[in-house]
Design a protein around this ligand. Sequence first.
Ligand SMILES: Cc1cc2nc3c(=O)[nH]c(=O)nc-3n(C[C@H](O)[C@H](O)[C@H](O)COP(=O)(O)OP(=O)(O)OC[C@H]3O[C@@H](n4cnc5c(N)ncnc54)[C@H](O)[C@@H]3O)c2cc1C
Length: 96
Amino acid sequence: MGRHILVIGSGAAGFLGAIACATANPRDRVTILEAGTTALNKVRISGGGRCSVTHHCFNPSPLCNTIPRGGQALRGAFSRFQPQDTIAWFEARGLQ
Ligand SMILES: Cc1cc2nc3c(=O)[nH]c(=O)nc-3n(C[C@H](O)[C@H](O)[C@H](O)COP(=O)(O)OP(=O)(O)OC[C@H]3O[C@@H](n4cnc5c(N)ncnc54)[C@H](O)[C@@H]3O)c2cc1C
């Protein structure tokens, strides 16, 4: 019997985090709690409904500079998981 992990919020971040938890420890039970009535609402409207999932800039430093507000705060996160990792993540699941 594994742990029971609660993820708050069913946005892109919550789903990716929940999938990462479930993949890392398949014995754990992962539950996403959502305050709204539906999941992935912003993903559904992003990119005008076509959802452009990432950028084609694979260097964290210039990538941070393209973000109008708060880009520097993402430097650490982008050094661990950046657009190249996003592309690999989707490709591993059959989406080019
Ligand atoms: C119009 C528009 C177009 C966009 N276009 C693009 C694009 O083309 N490409 C791109 O990469 N990004 C785009 N984005 C941005 C992208 O959609 C968001 O950055 C991303 O979806 C945010 O995901 P998130 O999980 O961080 O937050 P959210 O999607 O905001 O998810 C947070 C979730 O947590 C829930 N929640 C909050 N508080 C609680 C609580 N206390 N208890 C339970 N649930 C709670 C909320 O209801 C929500 O469902 C766009 C955004 C918008 C608004």
